[in-house]
Design a protein around this ligand. Structure first.
Ligand SMILES: Nc1ncnc2c1ncn2[C@@H]1O[C@H](COP(=O)(O)OP(=O)(O)O)[C@@H](O)[C@H]1O
Ligand SMILES: [Mg+2]
Length: 290
């Protein structure tokens, strides 16, 4: 239990009850091929969708690995995070489930964020071993862990990608972003990541008439190869409004095509019903537990 940290508040969320099977989170990383492609927005809002779209208690944690100027928590809150990743790193010897939960920003009952430090200088305090310890524990506490990873990819971020089950490479259809996506895919291949570990998310995708000079899907496939693709449409007005209000897109405009795309993405990573089956197993386990 932490007691010496200013602003400490008790965990709002209890760790898994005794006898319950440990959760084993899927780790999903979001990497933008170029700053501004939308990785943070999509990761945060996918987290919110996954944690809110059914009633079976899917628990989601987003870890902001943009350690210097991370802003994930600001996308769904309008006040500074009271705890952050560097603080956890400084007290890593005391890391346990209570400490972890007390260090999170609670967005909704099932969606929390481990924020990046407000002070950019504190970013250097977070080392690979801290990330490992946090992930080792967090996978037992959550169903999904989303990692917001920006370029450049240093040792810590590469460890985050190594530990991810799936990588969403977020790009837009403009040449510099596509070129970077191509280079990152080559790097992922050289790291030995299987091809289906990485999915390209083409954000702000417009159909032919509205596309102007942006590349089309055929051209993107030509440049990037037969990677799995997922497209998210452009929704400048409602996305900007959600970000400026510090609210999830679902609360600002649940009719938005961008929101519908996020729901489809959520469905692809966790088809509805899967968690219900897990809940059923969970109940059985608890009944059998001494
Ligand atoms: N699907 C979208 N439609 C319209 N605007 C978007 C969309 N996705 C992201 N944006 C805009 O792009 C900007 C950059 O997004 P952000 O998530 O911060 O990028 P990154 O994390 O990749 O640097 C946001 O301020 C947002 O306004
Ligand atoms: Mg970002």
């Amino acid at each position: 239990m932490r007691t010496d940290i200013p602003g400490y508040r008790a965990a709002t969320e209890a760790p898994s009850p005794p006898g319950a099977p440990p959760r084993r989170a899927q780790v999903l990383a979001f990497v933008a091929s170029k700053g501004g492609c939308g990785a943070t927005f999509l990761a945060v809002n996918l987290g919110h969708v996954l944690a809110s779209r059914d009633t079976s208690g899917t628990k989601v944690l987003l870890i902001d690995l943009n350690l210097q100027l991370g802003e994930a928590a600001w996308l769904v809150r309008d006040s500074p995070p009271s705890h952050d990743m560097a603080e956890v790193a400084r007290h890593i010897a005391r890391l346990d489930a209570s400490f972890l939960h007390a260090s999170l920003q609670q967005v909704t009952p099932n969606f929390s964020i481990l924020a990046a430090p407000e002070n950019p200088a504190h970013a250097l305090q977070v080392k690979v071993e801290h990330l490992d310890a946090i992930l080792d524990l967090a996978v037992t506490q959550f169903d999904f862990i989303l990692l917001d990873v920006n370029v450049p990819l240093d040792e810590l971020k590469l460890r985050a990608l190594d530990r991810s089950n799936h990588i969403f490479l977020v790009t837009q259809a403009m040449l510099p972003a596509v070129r970077n996506a191509h280079r990152l895919l080559a790097m992922f291949a050289s790291l030995g990541y299987p091809r289906d570990k990485v999915q390209v998310v083409l954000n702000r995708y417009a159909k032919r008439q509205a596309r102007g000079h942006d590349l089309g899907l055929d051209e993107m496939h030509h440049v990037l190869g037969e990677q799995p693709f997922f497209t998210v449409p452009n929704g400048f007005k409602e996305v900007a409004q959600a970000i400026n209000l510090g609210e999830p897109l679902a609360q600002v405009d649940a009719t938005s095509p961008v929101y519908h795309a996020l729901c489809a993405l959520a469905q692809s990573v966790q088809p509805l019903g899967v968690r219900h089956r897990a809940s059923w197993l969970h109940r059985l386990w608890r009944r059998a537990a001494p």
